[in-house]
Design a protein around this ligand. Structure first.
Ligand SMILES: Cc1ncc(COP(=O)(O)O)c(C=O)c1O
Length: 402
């Protein structure tokens, strides 16, 4: 008789964005005359760079001829892509990462969700609160947590590091010692960053307590200020305690194409070899044409084109940040990040404000409480929308007032 994995039953509610979408559709059905503007899910809207499109076409043509046809990709990804990644994302920033430490995948979500398999079930995980839900939910599914306390919104056994207005929305070293520490900077959902010194502090801490940092830098391309690390390997000693996740989704608009990579330094030899083994067994690689398109992102024209699009989104972020502040809200993020995080009016909950904003302004936001209990009282807006619609949404928020 089969038995199902009981840990799935511990997961709370549906995935955040399914609930957001359900509410949006219900409102649209009831009010077909309202033009809803979605500044909720972090999905890109602008087309792929011409250099990427050209590479995709070329890749398709290669697949049409026996001499250039490609079947299964190498386990770790094509060398041409891994070597390009190392040159541009690491060597150019003075980081030591080698091509055989880069594992190409179809995106950071799977890798962030799957990495926990390499560790014993008893591992204590520490996460920021609020947090990108994948880190917690994947550990819940794996049985690494107890149940979620409905009063606190926290899973038993998880170490939460609150990121609140009081601590500048930055995690502090937890009182209990974790084995695995998930960090994501530029942060989703708050939009904040760590300075090099602050991140070095986390590397030193992890080395001291023998923890591994699982560092998600899916939004590094949005960093515009000096002194903000793009990679954890900019910090001394990180090769001995950190795994890094990267994504082409927000950097180059690949949310629909699917491409990412994970770096596991050989200083963490067992983990490196285990991930290689896992890749070989459970994964058959990102498509050749997509890896080829990924390499095109690093060409001079590719770089120019993607930074133009990132500039477009950054202008949206500035419009949102300035607009919600002008409306009287307390807001952070939006500078080195596509996300703006702002406090809802006194006495309202995140979901209460979500409903209010949808009903009164036809704007869809993401309730902060969906990212964790410390997100209560906040909402997140994304800069990945169309510029004119973003301006219109912010104008509607301003008219509504704080
Ligand atoms: C923090 C963070 N990591 C990873 C991802 C997923 O990236 P990918 O599209 O490469 O799976 C997202 C997507 O929203 C994200 O916000």
């Amino acid at each position: 008789m089969y038995r199902i994995n009981p840990h799935y039953a511990k997961l709370t509610g549906s995935y955040l964005f399914s609930t957001v979408a359900q509410k949006q559709h219900a409102f649209q059905d009831a009010h077909p005359e309202v033009e809803i503007i979605r500044l909720s899910i972090g999905d890109v809207t602008q087309p792929l760079a011409p250099a990427v499109i050209a590479a995709l076409h070329e890749g398709v043509d290669e697949m049409s001829r026996a001499e250039t046809f490609k079947g299964y990709a190498p386990d770790l990804g094509y060398a041409f892509l891994r070597e390009t990644i190392v040159e541009h994302d690491y060597k150019a920033r003075g980081c030591h990462v080698e091509a055989d430490e880069v594992f190409v995948s179809d995106g950071a979500k799977c890798d962030c969700g799957n990495i926990q398999e390499l560790f014993v079930p008893e591992s204590r995980i520490a996460v920021c609160d609020p947090v990108y839900p994948v880190y917690v939910d994947s550990n819940v599914m794996a049985g690494r947590t107890g149940v979620c306390d409905p009063k606190t919104g926290r899973y038993e056994g998880v170490i939460y590091m609150p990121c609140t207005r009081e601590n500048g929305f930055k995690p502090e070293f937890p009182k209990e010692t974790p084995d695995l520490i998930y960090l994501c900077f530029p942060n989703n959902p708050i939009g904040g960053v760590l300075t090099k010194e602050e991140l070095q502090g986390w590397v030193d801490y992890a080395l001291r307590v023998g923890a591994i940092i699982l560092y998600d830098s899916a939004y590094e391309a949005f960093i515009g200020e000096e002194g903000i690390p793009h990679s954890i390997y900019e910090c001394e000693g990180a090769r001995g305690c950190a795994i890094e996740f990267r994504s082409f989704s927000k950097t180059a608009g690949f949310t629909g194409l699917r491409l990412g990579y994970t770096v596991i330094p050989k200083d963490l030899k067992e983990l490196h070899d285990m991930w290689a083994r896992r890749h070989g067994t459970k994964y058959n690689g990102a498509p050749y044409i997509v890896q080829k398109a990924g390499a095109a992102v690093y060409t001079p024209e590719g770089q120019r084109q993607i930074f133009e699009t990132i500039g477009y989104y950054k202008r949206n972020a500035q419009v949102i940040l300035d607009g919600v502040r002008a409306a009287g809200y307390y807001a952070v993020g939006g500078t080195n990040s596509p996300y703006v995080w702002y406090a809802v009016p006194e006495g309202m909950t995140s979901w209460g404000y979500f409903d209010y904003l949808l009903e009164k302004a036809g704007v869809v936001c993401t309730p902060g409480s969906g990212f964790g209990p410390s997100g209560e009282g906040y909402v997140r807006l994304t800069a990945f929308g169309d510029y004119q619609k973003t301006v219109e949404a912010v104008e509607r928020i301003r008219r509504l007032g704080a």
